[in-house]
Write a protein that binds this ligand. Structure first.
Ligand code: GUN
Ligand code: FE
Length: 433
């Protein structure tokens, strides 16, 4: 197979740099080569030494002043909510009834669902995100449309049909039996097809009856490599409602746990209002958290506790949570994550932030043996950052003396304009207009 060498600055993570930027957690080459063949990473290193060792017919792609990073990983997003991003003036429960549910009602229409899925994936790729854990709507067609759109782009994506059989509009309700049939049919059709995976997706404890949660847990036990994806402890009104519905529960997490939904490959969005017993349980189960700062700020839900999450050793990644979140951009999301940490008198270093957006996300999804870093053999999904994309970013980046300063500027000032190009399995993605 033909070898391609991408030349530019290269950064990827070998492990979590942690709160104090442990040395050896990453590899950085100011003038590096990333070797790709058959869609996979073959190696990387400094251009100076590697160039001499390459076969004569190697194709060299010059990225100039670009910074190559593994593709970003979004651990929580709703593709149908592309249609309501920026709908405000509400907190969670009213936002769901006034904007979200009416918009989601349209996704029984396969052609409409496909059109939104195509727009959504173009937008993710424009922002350098190559893998995401994605909510569909209650409609089976919404997942078929999303999977088809992902498959045609060759993307590694995880998605599931939202399960919701109560406390939501009549026209958006499934049943415990119908959701179980749909899940099984969708797993059969999509899980393990090309680069696609399925997630059992109970919307949240409020909208799922005991029978539906029970069915979700039974399926999760039968299918250990299928994901479980839901929302947890986001908003006080939501939490009170869950306690009313399940007076026996020790905590909101305990409800999911009772039904066997807390396990490896379970990912819970938000987790703003947990206690240390909950965190210890998530750690023990090797379940993950999606930290969604723009959503948490926009919906006024609360401030994620990074320090407590780290102290308990719970794995977490970054989520945009579009459309409660306000941006598809992982750079914007990291910028807001930094501000959330500041409001809690905590720290999020730039290195940690870019770890969370790449390898950290892959670890939450248990996909770090395939994506999230430039480890040899990994799938060559990567982005090229342009740190001179806008006049201000260019001016400030030219003044940066360290990698830390450069990354801090990218996450503070950068957005989709700073994503020059995106590669999927070694192939450049054509930018949608
Ligand atoms: N909880 C239940 N459904 C949703 C949703 O669509 N978005 C968010 N942010 N929280 C939820
Ligand atoms: Fe969400």
């Amino acid at each position: 197979a033909r070898l391609t060498a991408h030349r530019g600055a290269l950064l990827h993570f070998l492990t979590d740099p942690g709160e104090h930027d442990e040395a050896g957690a990453y590899e950085y080459f100011t003038d590096g080569l990333l070797l790709v063949a058959d869609g996979r990473v073959q190696g990387l290193g400094p251009a100076e030494t590697l160039l001499a060792t390459l076969p004569a017919d190697v194709e060299i792609v010059e990225h100039g002043n670009g910074l190559l990073l593994p593709g970003f990983i979004d651990t929580h997003i709703h593709y149908p909510q592309t249609e309501i991003i920026g709908s405000g003036g509400r907190q969670l429960l009213d936002w769901l009834s006034d904007y979200t549910f009416p918009a989601e009602a349209r996704f029984g229409d396969a052609a409409y669902a496909r059109e939104v899925a195509d727009f959504f994936l173009d937008e993710l790729l424009r922002n350098g995100t190559t893998t995401a854990l994605v909510f569909g709507t209650v409609h089976r067609t919404s997942v078929d449309a999303f999977m088809q759109a992902s498959q045609s782009r060759g993307l590694r994506m995880i998605a599931g049909k939202a399960m919701m059989d109560r406390h939501c509009p009549e026209n958006l309700r499934d049943t415990a039996a119908s959701s179980d049939r749909d899940n099984r049919a969708l797993i059969e059709r999509w899980h393990g097809t090309d680069r696609l995976h399925y997630a059992i997706t109970p919307r949240f404890a409020v909208t799922c009856s005991d029978a539906q949660m029970q069915a979700a847990g039974t399926l999760a036990a039968e299918q250990p490599d299928v994901y479980v994806h839901s929302h947890l402890a986001e908003n006080f009104g939501e939490i009170d409602w869950v306690h009313e519905l399940h007076p026996w529960s020790r905590s909101y997490l305990d409800v999911y746990d009772r039904y066997g939904l807390v396990r490896e490959r379970s990912v819970y969005a938000h987790c703003l209002h947990l206690d240390d017993t909950d965190r210890a349980r998530l750690h023990e189960a090797e379940a993950g958290i999606a930290f969604c700062p723009t959503s948490n700020l926009y919906l006024g839900s609360g401030l994620f506790d990074l320090a407590a999450t780290d102290a308990a050793g719970v794995r977490f990644g970054m989520g945009t949570d579009v459309g409660g979140g306000t941006s598809f951009s992982m750079l914007r999301t990291l910028g807001e994550a930094y501000k959330v940490a500041q409001l809690r008198q905590q720290t999020l270093t730039p290195l940690r932030a870019f770890y969370l957006a790449t390898l950290g996300g892959a670890r939450v999804l248990h996909l770090d043996d395939r994506i999230g870093s430039f480890r040899s053999g990994n799938e060559a999904d990567f982005v090229v950052l342009d740190l001179a994309a806008t006049p201000l970013l260019a001016r400030r980046s030219a003044q940066a003396r360290t990698l830390d300063e450069t990354l801090r500027l990218a996450m503070t000032l950068g957005d989709d304009r700073a994503i020059r190009r995106c590669y999927v399995m070694g192939e450049a993605v054509e930018r949608a207009a």
